[in-house]
Design a protein. Sequence first.
Length: 216
Amino acid sequence: MKGSTHLAIGCAVGAAAVGYHSFNVSNSLVYIAAAAISSLCPDLDGPSMLSSRISKASRTLYRSLITLAVLMTLLLIYLYAQYRIFHPELTAATLCAILPSLILKEGVIRNTLVSLVGAAVAGAGLLPGMTWLSGFGIFVMIAPWLKHRGMTHTIWALLIWYLLSQGMERQLGIDGIALTAAAGYASHLVADTLTSSGVKWLYPLSRITFKLPFRR
Ligand SMILES: [Zn+2]
């Protein structure tokens, strides 16, 4: 399944969470970002998932995310240059926004870049009370080197994602953000289950592939 499709579903999950929880603008963005990023991260493992044949709407969505990443980077540089302020949270968020562009590429260089971003996020998580961020960083560091649709596409990875998101929820104090992120991650696995290759939800415990029975 294409990354743009996953991203679109993830944004829809985030929008649903916004509808349920909050109409506060900054919180709304966090819900949508959490679900959208979570819906992409399972495919940090695989080869390029954003093929050239993506729809116009998805392309717009994808470009918006990259634009957001660039704007956030500029804001970080401005804050530091002007006021000598360093924002660990904003830095981590920026790195997360950069991730989708790295997913475009494949190969050892791409994997190394993704791992470096993961290491930076893990490092930012060393600040007090941000262990959850280190957890996400370690996930991003390891994922590129795993077999495609392997460990990241399991119920265990989903569980880890939910537990890390709970740490994030405690820190941000935004109700239901953990469940929103987990729903974003789950939406990816469900969408992949609907494809012909299916998903090994219980790997490595069981190698059964779950997929739609009427598809080859
Ligand atoms: Zn996938």
